[in-house]
Design a protein around this ligand. Structure first.
Ligand SMILES: CC(C)(COP(=O)(O)OP(=O)(O)OC[C@H]1O[C@@H](n2cnc3c(N)ncnc32)[C@H](O)[C@@H]1OP(=O)(O)O)[C@@H](O)C(=O)NCCC(=O)NCCS
Length: 180
């Protein structure tokens, strides 16, 4: 459940200025956990271009992207990335929450919401990877029923290096795939 006072909606081009402002406010907060960003990423124009690129991926069925808001303010994001159908039926969940809005259950509510959406979209499994020392993110995943299934060495390029990640998955259901 998304906590009271907060909303979630699917990403649109109109979100770009609010996202740029949120990324500027949260630059230091997100820097340890996210890929390195060009200066451009923090400008309204750069964010408009980034959102356009993401909306192409959404249109191609590879990504579903949501934005978390508090009134007019963008206070976080959650994504289903790398959607794969076929016999895998899986996606990776990614998320962040504004530094000033942490600890209120927003990330947990958003991840829960996205798991329900994933199931509604025919997925069987959702996965996530965290840096070894990202205790808050690991706690979010545990709260949302994900299980740790191993550590992948040199998994993602974060903070200038290929970093080991703890991998988590949540199986959404056990229904067989219908043929076709
Ligand atoms: C990780 C993040 C999304 C959590 O957002 P949030 O809205 O504060 O999360 P929630 O309020 O739903 O839950 C946070 C849980 O983590 C716990 N937590 C917070 N900081 C913690 C820490 N340093 N060590 C251990 N647990 C911690 C909270 O106590 C809470 O668990 P509880 O409800 O059992 O007490 C947010 O801190 C963030 O955006 N971090 C930077 C970006 C990031 O790491 N994204 C994920 C990449 S995998």
């Amino acid at each position: 459940v998304i906590p009271e006072g907060y909303d979630i909606h699917e990403l649109t081009a109109a979100d770009a200025p609010g996202l740029a402002a949120a990324y500027r406010r949260n630059r230091e907060h997100l820097e340890p956990w996210e890929p390195a960003r060009e200066e451009d990423f923090f400008t309204d124009e750069g964010q408009a271009a980034a959102v356009d690129t993401q909306l192409v991926a959404v249109g191609n069925g590879l990504v579903v992207a949501w934005v978390l808001t508090h009134g007019d303010l963008v206070v976080g994001r959650v994504n289903l990335n790398n959607l794969i159908m076929g016999v895998l039926r899986s996606a990776s969940v990614g998320y962040w929450v504004d530094a000033d809005h942490q600890g209120r259950g927003l990330a947990s509510g958003a991840v829960e919401f996205v798991c329900a959406q994933a199931q509604g979209r025919g997925l069987h499994r959702v996965e996530a990877g965290t840096l070894l020392d990202n205790d808050a993110s690991q706690r979010v995943l545990e709260r949302c029923g994900f299980e740790y299934y191993g550590t992948a060495p040199r998994f993602l390029f974060i903070r200038g290096a290929w970093q080991d990640h703890r991998l988590y998955q949540r199986i959404l259901h056990d229904r067989p795939l219908t043929p076709g």
